[in-house]
Design a protein around this ligand. Sequence first.
Ligand SMILES: *Cc1c(COP(=O)(O)O)cnc(C)c1O
Length: 222
Amino acid sequence: MSAAAEDVGRRLVAVRERIAAAGGDPARVRVVAVTKGQPPEVVAAAVEHGLVDLGESYAQELVHKAAALGEGVRWHFVGRLQRNKVKVAAPHVHLWQSIDRQPLAAEVARRAPGARVLVQVNVAGAAQQGGCPPDDVPTLVAAAQELGLVVDGLMAIGPQGPDGEVRAAFRVVRDLADRLGLPERSMGMSGDLEQAVAEGATMVRVGTALFGPRRQTGGVGK
Ligand SMILES: *Cc1c(COP(=O)(O)O)cnc(C)c1O
């Protein structure tokens, strides 16, 4: 096994320990390995460790990596998504995690009929992160379902702040998902996965805690 793969292996053990320490069942909280900014050998290392759910924030980067890796992985689109990028990503995406407005849902439904999606909820109040205001989520979920999309659940990026504030934000997501009868809650990243797991995350999206610092950026933004 390569050095890169050994590093990822060690870090994955640590991430699973953190999930367990936060009260989560590591066998049931799905780890989506966010590979943005990481070179292909690192992505291959994740797959060697059985991390088959991979997340990308940039359509072009996702398409390149999907071509390099081939079958056997599930790509999650987790970043802000422009409507004109849906077409190029559509053949590769297993779960669209950042649906936050009706026109975007409509474009996904057009390019990938019946696709699985999560509606992204803006619980941090940070506009640049995208997400639908919590009050508008029920309407957007209904609209996406009307378009024939399968809404598996909700996704959110936690706020920066003290523990209690972060947990309260994740609780908003969990309560909304419960109310709407949606099973999946994608919340928690490298820095706040404990709070997310404690509030019932079913999926955590982890980049730097698995791979170390990002080496290249696939586009503007984080
Ligand atoms: C980059 C990113 C992540 C992973 O962030 P880390 O802090 O590296 O774990 C998770 N979710 C989204 C939406 C991201 O853009």
